[in-house]
Write a protein that binds this ligand. Structure first.
Ligand code: NAI
Length: 702
């Protein structure tokens, strides 16, 4: 059984879980809380032990393990990291989504590591915590994958600042398991012995909960809401009833390292512990350590994006050719230089670049300039643009080409080398710039509209190709006063349409926090909404294998065009799959309201017992064998007024009817009279032909 490499990056979830204060209290009791920490156990002013978070998403562990195809006989919880974005409420409905991030190979002897990450939010969207689980697969090593080299947590040489002793009860696992982990190893003595233990062992996560209490009591007494991060590695099994000691060293403001040891023999049971605490920072979007590349950033929208990215910590490559509005002229370095000066004057970091996005070399140089200046590219905003409006009939090839070259080819030219960098580092944010002209149409902008819609297609594919590598690709359709819109926007609208009203959305699409990929958003004047290609539920217009007529399209146009209950497909496969499913179902009612009959051969035989007319079968004993090319064999036995339809060949049929599947369906749907089928050779009958003529009377199929 090999690990499933295809599972890496594939979404797991969303998984939902409701919990109440009683679940929080049950967990607290399970990890040793009691009267001395009544805040964790009494619904009045209840506080939640943050490590409860992992008990709430325990199913994710199993989903990740199952998706990875790990050998379940060797599964251990290796490491656990929890990062809190908001304090844990005392009750709520949680939604968890995640994925397997990677598989690591420690070698055939040592095993494999499966790292899975998930985000959990409340149903109203408030993000609560991120969990990173490392599952240790003792029996899955040696698959030839890369190893993971993670420096161990450094512990000070000094004595710990705090040592918290605790004595889990001999029955502790019996209580803890009620919070979700009901694995036999923690309850069943027989199972524990078979697994090589003298008796059921403590849940590692139960000891983890004891440690979390110890850390809170030592570092943020009475204030569990200040826990920001809790990470550790599980290293040894512990028997219930054995006392433990959690040793804690403060390392910096708001930071500590810790380990929990078996107090009887000194063995470390949880190692590499890290703990961060303090006020959970507001959900601020920052770009520290990120490198952003904005094309056409010398003016208009691009300039605003560049300034705001830099203000929030990004190092920015400001690209602008400095050409004229229609892309003619030699260009100028001054627009890009001015923006770089503005960024630097505000204390930010930026470098100018004057290359032309419309050439392959230009695209490569722009990305290279970011690598030379800052060593990476994390964010790319394809923003550069020109206009050459003309009604279509007057649009010269040069106007068509120039606009497609800057917008669509330009995005290809810059994105491809940037994508390579992002793929390598496993992170990227790309924003395409489309336009309402492309999404909805605009007179005189055939070139521009085509290019802008081309960018949506480019995004649709890149969102899929980038998914595995943490690259998110989205698209903005802005409305803003700029050089491009100065002659079309009335002055009062221009005054209210500053590019600053668009940039919040674009910055969010560039942020670590951005959860979406493949979305299009309109943005302008402070108004934002999503635009999407919506596909209606549609309708099958003819039975399987039949070509519907153009007239049937005409008669059904309203139903075909109806978008009620429509879907936004994530990819081509999902859409094709819906088409196939629709075509497998019996067709819906025909234009005239009549049944369109069967869409598959098996559906005919499924329907036969129900369509059997017992009154017409008095004295009939017969077996009709059907051999339907392309579909299979069925036989229908009539005895004593009953009918039995089975798949397969009967030993002694009265007669055998042979037909191609498409002809059979036509016949059964009333489009091919049986006699015509027989005389034209489409239906062949062997055996008792007379008996076969009873079929029409015996079954009322349509
Ligand atoms: P803008 O004209 O102020 O900015 C575009 C910038 O791109 C200019 O500074 C220009 O020098 C630069 N540029 C043009 N060709 C280039 C090339 N080959 N290489 C490098 N840089 C080049 O226009 P604005 O409005 O800020 O437009 C930004 C983007 O937003 C464009 O893609 C535009 O099509 C799009 N857009 C704007 C809308 C608006 O309401 N302003 C509406 C819909 C889309």
């Amino acid at each position: 059984m090999a690990l499933n490499m295809d599972a890496i990056g594939k979404p797991i979830g969303p998984m939902t879980r409701d919990y109440t204060w009683k679940d929080a209290v049950l967990y607290a009791l399970g990890v040793g809380a009691g009267f001395s920490e009544l805040d964790y156990c009494y619904e009045k002013d209840l506080k939640v032990i943050p490590s409860f978070a992992i008990a709430l998403i325990f199913d994710f562990f199993f989903q990740a393990a199952t998706a990875s195809n790990i050998n379940l006989a060797g599964v251990l919880h290796g490491e656990q990291e929890l990062t809190f974005h908001n304090p844990m409420p005392t009750e709520g409905k949680l939604i968890t989504t995640g994925k397997i991030v990677d598989h690591y190979d420690k070698g055939a002897e040592k095993g494999a590591l499966i790292v899975a990450q998930s985000d959990t939010a409340l149903a109203d969207g408030q993000k609560l915590f991120t969990s990173t689980i490392t599952i240790f697969g003792r029996l899955d090593g040696g698959f030839g994958g890369k190893d993971r080299h993670q420096p161990p947590v450094k512990f000070p040489d000094s004595e710990p600042d705090f040592v918290v002793e605790a004595s889990p009860s001999p029955n502790q696992p019996l209580l803890y398991r009620l919070s979700g982990d009901i694995f036999h190893l923690h309850v069943d003595p027989e199972f524990a012995r078979m697994s090589g233990f003298d008796m059921p062992i403590m849940h590692g996560l139960c000891t983890h909960g004891f440690a979390c209490r110890a850390l809170i009591a030592s570092l943020v007494p009475g204030r569990p809401e200040l826990v920001r991060r809790l990470a550790c590695r599980f290293s040894k099994a512990l028997y219930p009833g054995v006392p433990i000691k959690t040793m804690i060293w403060k390392t910096a403001a708001g930071k500590a390292v810790w380990r929990t040891v078996n107090a009887e023999n000194g063995q470390t049971v949880i190692d590499n512990g890290e703990f961060e605490y303090g006020d959970i920072p507001k959900n601020e979007i920052r770009f520290d350590d990120r490198v952003a590349l904005v094309t056409g950033a010398g003016a208009g929208l691009g300039r605003t994006y560049a300034l705001e990215l830099a203000r929030r910590g990004a190092r920015v490559l400001v690209n602008d050719l400095g050409g004229s509005r229609d892309g003619t002229g030699d260009g100028s370095s001054s627009p890009a230089d001015r923006v770089v000066e503005e960024i630097r004057a505000a204390g930010g970091e930026a470098v100018a670049n004057y290359d032309d996005v419309s050439t392959v070399d230009g695209g490569a140089s722009i990305v290279q300039a970011a690598l030379d200046a800052f060593g990476s590219v994390d964010i790319l905003i394809n923003n550069a643009g020109i206009l050459r409006d003309k009604s279509f009939i007057k649009m010269a090839p040069e106007a068509w080409r120039a606009v497609l070259d800057v917008h669509l080819k330009g995005a290809y030219n810059v994105t491809q080398p940037a994508f390579a960098v992002m793929k390598e580092k496993g992170y990227g944010r790309i924003v395409m710039t489309t336009s309402a002209a492309g999404l909805y149409g605009n007179f005189g902008q055939a070139n521009y509209a085509a290019a802008k819609m081309g960018l949506v297609g480019l995004m649709n594919t890149l969102k899929l190709e980038g998914e595995k590598y943490g690259i998110k690709v989205n698209t903005v359709a802005p409305i803003a006063a700029s050089r491009l819109t100065e002659d079309v926007m009335p002055p009062e609208l221009a005054a209210r349409s500053k590019p600053e009203f668009v940039s919040p959305l674009v910055l969010y699409l560039c942020a670590d926090q951005c959860p979406v990929s493949g979305n299009i958003y309109n943005a302008g004047l402070g108004f934002f909404n999503r635009a999407a290609v919506v596909t209606g539920p549609g309708k099958v217009l003819a039975a399987a294998g039949q070509v519907p007529s153009p007239e049937s399209v005409m008669e059904n146009l309203e139903a075909l065009a109806d978008l009620t209950g429509g879907r936004v497909y994530p990819d081509l496969t999902a859409q094709v799959s819906d088409v196939l499913t629709a075509c497998q179902k019996p067709a819906a009612t025909s234009p005239a309201g009549e049944s369109q009959g069967f869409s598959s051969v098996s559906a005919v035989f499924d329907a036969m017992p129900g369509a059997f007319v017992a009154d017409a079968a008095a004295g009939v004993n017969a077996v009709f064998q059907y051999v339907i090319a392309g579909a299979g064999e069925w036989h229908c036995a009539i005895t004593d007024g009953t009918c039995t339809v089975l798949e397969g060949i009967h030993d002694s049929p009265s007669c055998t009817l042979k037909m191609a599947d498409t002809d059979f369906l036509k016949m059964m749907n009333g489009q091919l009279p049986p006699m015509q089928a027989y005389t034209s050779g489409k239906l062949k009958i062997n055996g008792d032909i007379m008996k076969s003529q009873l079929i029409e009377k015996l079954f009322k199929l349509n």
